[in-house]
Design a binder for this molecule. Structure first.
Ligand code: 1GP
Length: 244
């Protein structure tokens, strides 16, 4: 089964949770332990990626270790063409639509395309939209973040993505953001588009996860919470809140 079909099938049945692991933040062995915790907590997929310090060797080592420790799909979440591994199950073929840099909208993607084809990695077309504050992803991505007070701007970007044929739309407040995207923005985007909506950045508690899911996010991503607590129970509570 293709990873996109697996994701769409899970979305058709309820809310989905994905765990982000940044290969630059721990050793491959520690990443595998986090992935094991996350799988045990009920996460639906592991995303591997980060904004800085990611080398092909680190991604490869991390993906291989995670594959050995977890049974859910491993999807690359690359910051650029050098953040790929042939051992992953799929790659988010993502465009940072609200970047000021053509390199991040389409240039890194062009550099990666032949390798993805040669390795037989499944590309999953996704629009990556940075919402204030954006954190490091916003800075490195040279983004003009969507202002928190302008849900209509998020709707315009999300519809643009859908009309281009992208299969997923990701509202990203940035890893470690104090709060996720505003609930009104999540609601407005969800009402406007037909493709699944991913929300990530700043989700740290079961209450916030439940609110984002209720507002309309189909897929919720958390990273920091499992990295910081290394606690399966904390993540299990968040996954349970997402799926309730
Ligand atoms: C970042 O959306 C993800 O790309 C996860 O963010 O680390 O804040 O959970 P957190």
């Amino acid at each position: 089964m293709k990873v996109l079909d697996y994701v769409l099938e899970r979305v058709s049945r309820g809310k989905v949770h994905m765990t982000l692991i940044d290969p630059d933040k721990q050793s491959a062995g520690e990443a595998a332990a986090l992935a094991g915790l996350a799988t045990e907590a009920g996460t639906d997929a592991i995303m591997v990626g980060g904004s800085t310090g990611v080398t092909p060797e680190k991604v490869d080592g991390t993906v291989r270790a995670i594959k050995a420790a977890s049974t859910v799909p491993v999807i690359l979440f690359p910051g650029g063409a050098s953040s790929l591994s042939r051992h992953a199950d799929a790659v988010y073929f993502m465009s940072l639509l609200n970047s000021r840099s053509p390199r991040l909208i389409v240039g890194e993607q062009r550099r990666a395309a032949r390798v993805i084809k040669a390795w037989g990695l499944e590309p999953i077309s996704m629009a990556y939209l940075i919402v204030e504050p954006g954190m490091r992803a916003g800075l490195i991505g040279e983004a003009d973040p969507i202002p928190r007070s302008r849900p209509e701007e998020a709707v315009e970007w999300a519809l643009t993505a859908q009309f281009f044929g992208m299969r997923l739309v990701y509202l990203e407040s940035g890893s470690g953001a104090p709060e996720p995207a505003p609930l009104g923005m999540v609601r407005a985007v969800k009402e406007a588009i037909e493709v699944p909506l991913i929300v990530g950045g700043g989700i740290r508690t079961p209450a916030s996860a439940a609110a984002v899911a209720k507002a309309g996010a189909d897929i919720l991503v958390t990273g920091t919470v499992v990295e910081e607590t290394k606690n399966a129970a904390a993540l299990r509570d968040i996954v349970a809140a997402v799926k309730r």
